[in-house]
Ligand binder design. Structure first.
Ligand SMILES: COC(=O)c1ccnc(N)c1
Length: 242
């Protein structure tokens, strides 16, 4: 997968050089390139923003640098890329969206700052990209970079070979509509607290059943909305106590 990120703060994306994502890049599983938007300006001050038409507070990102950057990246694409612009007014990001994006061959991320990007950039980009505005939740950030870090990690970890043991992707929260079960490791006793005995039994059937029950309990307690989704049964139907 090819990923391009355009930002006026490219150093914000440095964490993508670390850990499993960094290893995936070094192993050639991920072709991730970060670009400085100011490299697509041509004035002495490398200007990327200006005052908003119609007045109002703050500054708006100018269309020319974005247009040049996105045209250049589209020219480098083998197929129609997906352009993801993180923003509070976007489609809520989800594990399902992460899985969908993991099947794409080329993702381009535009990190907005200030009061946002001139709307004509979105219109222009739609000629060559599948444009999607994506939100991490109902809150506002100063820029799209933090959201890009989250989205790239959620997507990249689903790519073959990125996570050493693909089995660890199974039964994760949201993978099948339920939250994950509680996990334990040595020591068996700690601060007067012990590991549930079923996990020491060696009975894999009982352990699997206990873990599934725990997932249902946790989901009912923390995210009952997931259980009320059409695809899932209700707690009563699942015959669990809440
Ligand atoms: C500038 O970007 C944001 O404020 C943003 C991006 C993604 N999700 C959000 N909830 C906010």
């Amino acid at each position: 997968m090819r990923l391009d990120v355009v930002s006026i703060f490219p150093d914000y994306l440095a964490p993508l050089d670390l850990s499993l994502i960094g290893k995936a890049r070094r192993d050639g599983l991920l072709d991730l390139r970060v670009h400085d938007l100011r490299d697509f300006t041509h004035d002495r001050h490398r200007t990327v923003d200006d005052t908003p038409y119609g007045g109002g507070a703050g500054m708006v990102m100018k269309p020319e640098p974005w247009g040049e950057a996105l045209d250049q990246l589209a020219n480098a694409a083998d197929s129609r890329p997906v352009l993801i612009v993180p923003g509070p007014g976007g489609t809520p990001f989800s594990q399902a969206m992460a899985r969908e994006l993991a099947d794409e061959s080329h993702l381009v991320f535009a990190c907005g700052r200030y009061e946002g990007i001139d709307e004509r950039v979105y219109e222009h980009a739609r000629k060559r990209y599948d444009v999607r505005v994506v939100s991490l939740g109902d809150y506002v950030l100063n820029g799209g970079e933090v959201a890009v870090l989250a989205i790239v990690e959620a997507v990249a970890r689903l790519l073959p070979g990125v996570i050493g043991n693909a089995a660890s992707l199974v039964e994760e929260s949201h993978e099948d509509g339920l939250l994950e079960y509680p996990v334990y490791t040595k020591p068996e006793h700690w601060q007067g607290l012990s590991v549930p005995t079923v996990l020491l039994s060696g009975d894999h059937g009982k352990i699997a059943a206990w873990r599934h029950e725990q997932r249902l309990q946790r989901t009912a307690e923390r995210r009952p909305d997931l259980l009320s989704a059409p695809a899932a049964a209700s707690p009563e139907q699942l015959q669990i106590s809440v």
